[in-house]
Write a protein that binds this ligand. Structure first.
Ligand code: AMP
Ligand code: ZN
Length: 666
């Protein structure tokens, strides 16, 4: 006699198999009716025998779980962007760069389609699905597991002959026919149509009710396996095996040996992509050998071992109805073209960016014109020209705005700046709100429980006028606000309180000083160590810092001389916000490697390549990617590239081991 447990297990296996055949292989092996009958049977058995509950059972696919707040999860491995290329020349240059770093003449690549959806990172442990996290800012994303689990083509438990612990990355997409069907239903219900498949896919991931997500025809195409298990030698091999293990790895992937072959792939898909059941906006070329990938590593934004190639953008023409002006957080004015709505690359376009006054002047864009609109990689399409044949005889030249549309202050434009600015920094409503929204944002103070819309609301209610006011907020003031309750109010206050632990470099970025972005803030924090040192620094002292130019220095001095800012900073200090570098982060910093230039090559064991580089920089050394006469040391791990080795020997650069390096800094 089969035990109940066995019965449950065999139903699960059977249903998983049917799911796989239907959703991954596109090959139904059972009727819908039979499938539903078996699913109901399993559901019943599971309900009667709760001790056999399994979060990865096929019964869990129908959704039902509600996620009110998506938990923020730090990625174990950062999710990078991709560098873009647009021509054969770009690709040849890329190839040249990486061959130089690797010191090799021959390389194998994979060519893949670049799927246009929402990127997702799936984590498996012991072959079981554990979580699905969105890319977010690359460092942290949202845990959307409940929603992702409803996507039938994603296996929840996989055979043991693949890897045990791994992450697999892919794109959640909405195939076109599903998208059109959803829109038909919306039209029938008198609702507004969804704009495009990509936004609808990523929006779906953030729905609170997973049973709603289960109804949407989402799919997940996988393109990268991330693991510390060294079972596979190449990217291609790892994906082929992922496919065998049940993942939907598109068969369009192709192995090639030259950039010429990459171009054949591009040319083929530039035409054929219109026959695909989903959208793609380009291709991705990746170095196939995983050791090579490791050796090449990453820039601050993207892997060196991969590059995207964008298909040429689609164009349409439509009528420009009106030019309006938007005021950004820093007071920058952006002219916006309000267009006669038109379908472009799967999207209905109503607005396009006009960039700045020069652009309007150069293209001689006027209201009433028929304009050409193009959609590249950016979300906002742009206007690339005017159809002068269709211009009306009585059309008049565009006069650029002279005053701020929000506060009516006269706009200024300094020499060398492409944009006009509203100089009313501390009185212009969108600037005030924008500065606070920037302050709380993820890359800045990362305040949990408080979002951009709530900032808007707090401002409208007169509860805050600047970011320092956040720290005076009381739960009782927040509870009565729209869509707030005791718990959410308390969360927000806790989040604000917790931001007092955010390290100085992020606080400095959060302050929103013009031209002080994330990287500059880091540099300044490292150099000046406190806000007091920074604010009292002279112009000369500022421009003497590596990579700090006149513009940044001037902006910091302006900021520091402003009485309102001085008061704000004093208030932040009094609340306990970190306005100097903490003792702890200074602990590992030394000047031991001052003036020394290192090249790091190969695979390491005691620390990762990135940890090694960080250790060099923490000790005041410099990391360079290629060997030259200026190189002082090469830290060599396993499998250092042969031509690198040759070059090092030719130039007489000392080659040291990982252990030598560790001894050097300790
Ligand atoms: P971008 O957002 O333009 O920097 O491009 C990077 C994104 O492309 C990744 O985060 C992925 O979501 C997406 N992508 C789509 N298809 C692929 C692919 N085949 N390989 C790598 N990334 C891909
Ligand atoms: Zn203004």
């Amino acid at each position: 006699m089969e035990t109940i447990r066995q019965k449950i297990q065999s139903l699960r296996n059977e249903l998983n198999e049917h799911n796989y055949n239907y959703y991954v292989l596109d090959n139904a092996t059972i009727s819908d009716f039979e499938f539903d009958t078996k699913l109901k049977e399993l559901e019943k058995l599971e309900n009667e025998n709760p001790q056999f509950f399994d979060p990865n059972s096929p019964t869990q696919r129908v959704g039902g779980a509600i996620t009110k707040n998506f938990e923020t999860v730090t990625h174990k491995n950062r999710m990078y962007s991709l560098d873009n290329s647009y021509s054969k020349e770009d690709l040849l240059n890329w190839e040249k760069r990486i061959k130089k770093i690797l010191g090799t003449e021959t390389l194998q690549y994979t060519c893949e389609l670049k799927f246009d959806g929402a990127s997702i990172n799936l984590t498996y442990e012991k072959g079981q699905f554990v979580k699905a996290v969105t890319r977010g800012d690359g460092f942290q994303g949202d845990n959307v597991s409940n929603n992702v689990k409803t996507i039938r083509s994603i296996p929840l438990s996989i055979a043991s002959n693949f890897l045990n612990d791994f992450e697999i990355r892919g794109e959640i997409i909405l195939p076109l026919d599903g998208f059109f069907k959803m829109n038909e239903e919306r039209v029938a219900n008198g609702e507004e149509e969804y704009r495009n498949p990509r936004n609808t896919a990523s929006g779906s991931l953030k729905l609170q009710d997973s049973s709603e997500v289960a109804k949407r025809p989402l799919d997940c195409l996988l393109y990268q396996v991330v693991t510390s298990e060294r079972k596979y030698k190449t990217h291609f091999e790892s994906l082929e095996n992922a496919r065998k293990a049940g993942f939907k790895v598109p068969k369009t992937i192709q192995l090639v040996n030259t950039i010429e072959e990459v171009f054949e792939f591009v040319n083929y898909w530039d035409i054929k992509r219109h026959d695909l059941p989903y959208e793609t906006d380009g291709i991705v070329v990746k170095v196939n050998n995983l050791e090579h990938q490791e050796e090449l590593g990453y820039t601050s934004k993207a892997p060196r071992w991969a590059i995207a190639y964008k298909f040429r953008a689609e164009q349409v023409s439509t009528i420009l109805n009106e030019i309006t002006y938007q005021v950004g957080r820093t007071g920058a004015i952006t002219p916006v073209a309000n267009l006669e709505p038109i379908q472009l690359a799967g999207t209905i376009v109503k607005r396009a960016s006009l960039h700045n006054a020069d652009q309007i002047e150069k293209l001689d864009i006027r209201v009433g014109d028929t304009v050409y609109v193009e959609k590249g990689g950016e979300i906002i399409p742009k206007i690339i020209g005017v159809d002068f044949n269709k211009r009306h005889v009585n059309s008049t030249k565009t006069k650029y705005a002279t005053h701020c549309p929000e506060c009516n202050t006269e706009l200024v434009r300094t020499d060398g700046d492409a944009k006009h600015y509203c100089p009313n920094e501390y009185g212009c409503p969108p600037q005030i709100t924008g500065r606070i929204q920037h302050y709380i944002s993820r890359k800045a103070m990362d305040i949990e429980g408080l979002g951009g819309e709530t900032v808007d609301l707090l401002r409208k209610e007169g509860l805050i006028e600047n970011y320092a006011d956040l720290y005076d907020l009381k739960v009782e003031q927040i509870i009565p606000l729209e869509r707030m309750a005791e718990k959410s109010a308390q969360n927000m206050i806790n989040g604000i309180e917790k931001s007092k632990e955010i390290p100085f470099e992020k606080v400095l970025f959060a302050l929103g000083i013009r031209f002080v972005g994330e990287t500059v803030a880091k540099k300044l924090a490292k150099h000046f160590k406190s806000i007091d040192n920074l604010m009292s620094a002279s112009f000369e002292e500022l421009i003497n810092v590596d990579e700090i130019g006149d513009k940044i220095a001037e902006s910091i001095i302006d900021f520091s001389n402003n009485l309102g800012n001085i008061q704000l900073i004093n208030r932040l200090k009094s609340y306990g916000v970190q306005l100097e570098v903490s003792e702890k982060s200074l602990e590992n910093l030394t000047n031991k490697l001052q003036g020394k230039v290192f090249v790091v090559s190969g695979v390491f064991h005691q620390m990762s390549r990135n940890e090694l580089k960080k250790a060099i920089e923490d000790n005041a050394g410099k990391v360079s990617s290629s060997i030259s006469k200026k190189t002082n040391y090469i830290v060599a791990g396993d499998n250092m590239g042969p031509s690198k080795l040759q070059k090092a020997q030719d130039l007489g650069v000392p080659i040291i081991s990982e252990q030598d390096f560790i001894d050097m800094i300790n």
